[in-house]
Design a protein around this ligand. Structure first.
Ligand code: SF4
Length: 91
């Protein structure tokens, strides 16, 4: 592979920056609609308590999310240290 000109490197960096800017903007919009801890099966992956958590489905390990995504879900989070202790993901 030949030497890449400084100008070409800058062009590529600018393009990458543009792509990431679009991704971040999309993520910002999406997190306003849907809790980032809710997975595609509507299960809660948070390691803290949340008033929207419901019993896991039969045979499931993760609690179900009872949030309707219409309200600001962040008010339901229980973010005290006691809520987090012992719930950290293993691995
Ligand atoms: S239960 Fe709470 S933290 Fe978990 S996914 Fe639903 S809104 Fe998010």
């Amino acid at each position: 592979m030949g030497k890449i000109e400084k100008e070409e490197i800058q062009k590529r960096l600018d393009r990458i920056t543009e792509i990431f800017t679009e991704i971040v903007a999309h993520a910002d919009v999406q997190t306003a609609d849907r809790c980032p801890y809710k997975n595609r099966y509507n299960e809660c992956t948070a390691v803290f308590g949340c008033r929207n958590q419901r019993k896991p489905r039969l045979g499931g390990e993760l609690k179900m999310c009872g949030g309707d995504d219409k309200l600001d879900y962040r008010n339901a989070w229980e973010t005290g240290e006691a809520d987090y202790k012992g719930k950290a993901p293993k691995g």
